[in-house]
Design a protein around this ligand. Structure first.
Ligand code: ISE
Length: 336
């Protein structure tokens, strides 16, 4: 029997997931879409033959909903997650789990009290073929002991209202998770620096910025976060090990020669660059949910908490200009 999915949040990501579940995910179908803007909920629901509702808690509680996808803004995730955990239904929650580590810890406690792993965080890079290959190279030791990661995270333009802090907790949050996952290490400290801003950035936005991350294994990670680069969506990571380096996110696809020039195209946004990763992530989530399990390859609530702790340190480091340590509680056995 199909997994009947309720979707909370009908924004850009919610609309993308609705279409994905309807068109590409097998063994699952969308039954309800909730959004405070009922027209928007209806539009998205119509793309997938689902019903629209305004109240997300009604969708989470509905007897015909077996599992929930949360794609609303991070600030409203906590009560939604707690409702789904209480009902005992599997949840795929878009990043961030919650906006700060204290509220993330409350989600962890609720899940542990329920006695069953139910929450998956949508860190889709874990399902990207290139990231998976980079992880394999690091895990097998083919690059030798890892020493450095050089990352670049570029967006063509930031949406209106995007702030310098969001560059940390909305964007660099992906590098926080990817670093922990690639290296199998925790993050210990974050520093943030910036030079001139691009003229393309909105008033008050400091763009680009350079974030340095330190890890428990002594690996140093630098991240260029540039959300108004103007030319496309680009995510790169170069791992430097004792016996070699590996670069992912280099430009791929056909090389065109035309009009006295040569070159290729760059993806326009994260839905193009990571579309296949999202498909894999949601398919595996739905398969596991139908078996009454969670996908162990995916990010757990613990991973969401660890990323939130790094974001908190990052935002503090950005404000103070100081290297800031990441504070983490001990990992409960439940998340071992
Ligand atoms: C956005 O929310 C994402 O998750 C994208 O992957 C990221 O590139 C972008 O900077 C975020 O705002």
């Amino acid at each position: 029997q199909d997994l009947r999915v309720g979707l909370v949040g009908a924004g850009k990501m919610g609309a993308d997931h609705a279409l994905r579940i309807h068109e590409r995910i097998s063994g699952a179908r969308l039954v309800a879409v909730a959004d405070p803007d009922l027209d928007r909920a209806q539009q998205v629901a119509d793309t997938a033959g689902a019903r629209a509702q305004q109240d997300p808690f009604e969708v989470i509680a509905a007897s015909d909903v077996d599992a929930v996808v949360i794609a609303s803004p991070g600030v409203v995730h906590e009560p939604l997650l707690l409702a789904a955990i209480e009902r005992g239904v599997p949840v795929l929650c878009e990043k961030p789990l919650t906006p700060d580590p204290k509220s993330s810890l409350r989600v962890l406690e609720a899940e542990e009290a329920r006695g069953r792993r139910l929450v998956q965080v949508g860190f889709m890079r874990r399902f990207d073929a290139e990231y998976a290959e980079l992880k394999r190279l690091l895990d097998t030791g083919e690059l030798g002991r890892p020493l450095l990661l050089h990352c670049a995270h570029r967006n063509p333009t930031a949406p209106p209202g995007f702030t310098s802090q969001m560059m940390i907790f909305d964007s660099v949050v992906h590098e926080f998770d990817a670093t922990r996952w690639l290296l199998g290490q925790e993050l210990t400290a974050v520093s943030v620096r910036a030079g001139h801003s691009t003229a393309l950035a909105a008033e008050g936005l400091v763009d680009p910025q350079v974030v340095s991350i330190e890890t428990t294994g002594g690996v140093l990670v630098d991240v260029e976060i540039f959300v108004n680069c103007g030319f496309g969506y680009q995510v790169r990571c170069e791992a430097v090990g004792e016996r070699g380096t590996a670069l992912i996110g280099g430009d791929r696809g056909p090389v065109l020669h035309r009009g006295g020039q040569w070159g290729g195209a760059i993806t326009a946004d994260f839905r193009d660059r990571f579309g296949a990763a999202f498909d894999r992530e949601v398919q595996r989530w739905a398969d596991a949910a139908r078996r009454g399990e969670v996908d162990r390859a995916a990010a757990s609530a613990w991973d969401g908490y660890a990323a939130a702790a790094a974001c908190e340190a990052g935002v503090q480091a950005q404000a103070s200009g100081q290297r800031t340590e990441v504070e983490l509680v001990d990992r409960p056995d439940f998340y071992a």
